[in-house]
Write a protein that binds this ligand. Sequence first.
Ligand code: SF4
Length: 469
Amino acid sequence: MVDIAKVKQQEALHDHCGVFGIYAPGEDVAKITYFALHSLQHRGQESAGIAVSDGIKLRSIRNLGLVTSVFNEHNLNKLKGFIAIGHNRYSTTGGNTQNNIQPIIISAKHSVFSVAHNGNIVNAQKLANKLGDVKRSSTSDTEVLAYTIYRAKGDKWKDKIIHAAPSFMGAYSIVACSKKRLYAFRDPWGIRPLSIGKLNGYYVIASETCALETIGAVYTRDVAPGEIIEIDKYGFHVLGKIGKPNLKFCLFEYVYLARPDSILNNELVHQVRNRSGAILASEAPVKADLAAAVPDSGTSAALGYSAAAKIPFGEVLIKNRYIGRTFIQPEQHIRELGVKIKFNPMKRMVYGKRIVIVDDSIVRGTTMKKIVEMLKKCGVREIHLRICSPPIKWPCYFGVDTPTRGQLIASDKNVAAIRKYIGADTLHYLSLKGLIRASGQPEGNLCTACFTGKYPMDVKYNFNKSIFE
Ligand code: SF4
């Protein structure tokens, strides 16, 4: 028996977590964190956790599942305090087990330290080797990071973070807390987003600005690449910088990972996707009766394509939004059912028509092949695929759950061969130049490695992804 959601997860790219932190005496920090995590659910759906400190004790609730299934009124009421950190998880390093659920909590003699991490530490094995006799209870890179901080020089957590952080290689957007202080820090490449907001005069930190808006906070700025921040009863302090900032923000956040209503580096993600569709329309025009999206991630781009190409936008595929993670079907039908259960084409909308289908990306190609088959069975005359990112040829080592290189369809097939495999009449990808232009960012500030193979740092420690398992 196989979990369908797991199969679909394998066919798309997924982010490795959403994080949130709040320091707000007098507020119900656990409930605020719950709502923030709910709006960051797209960044991780395997497990969720919240840790809350009242200044004396740190309590936590962590479990496998979605935010709405892990927390309820009753258990949230037990989390009283003025500091909270929260986490939604997808596993890239370490499996989806109870022990790997975050926030990770390290209890020392007279203190406690809790960490929630979005990203991936590429030199985790090397750091783990240096920990020697430390008994780790999980297989996650985040626990190694937390223990490396614990073992670092200094009596205070802030000194330990300052000493330990330069040894971390990879992507880390982190919120952490001790009993009395909230911390936030981000790798010098600023690969994953991390934003700061203000709520009723208090500070909150979130992976994406959509979480700030959900809880009624006002976005103030991002945690800068390499910045270490401490928030306590005396206010907001920048403790310093980790190494030399060298911004390489993940280009794929704009394509797929972030929510369309989030602002990344001053750009609304919906508008970036909209522009990417418009640019693709100029790069790869086609005569068609209808432009449609693969919902929901392709919708902003499809609207941009439709407007620029002057082809009417129409809904063609209806997405079932209520597929639970425990939905189970017999194994032999799994791939077929996985796509059919997720998308249902509307025959009356498509029969006899020439249709442009716009999507954000193609990973393995299996989902798109099924969609094309389903549409053809509905009597579509022509199917023209337009993909609003370049071909994904390389795995990500910075916190996105990519398959191995051999499983990426574009790693060994050119566009013509991919078109043939999928069965579309035409297929075009957005150029890298076009995507960068749509993002509104200078090329030098972006990580483009899954499209180009040019990683912003040495990833050799992580070339065997299983090395740390
Ligand atoms: S490799 Fe791709 S998904 Fe990973 S950080 Fe770079 S651009 Fe983002």
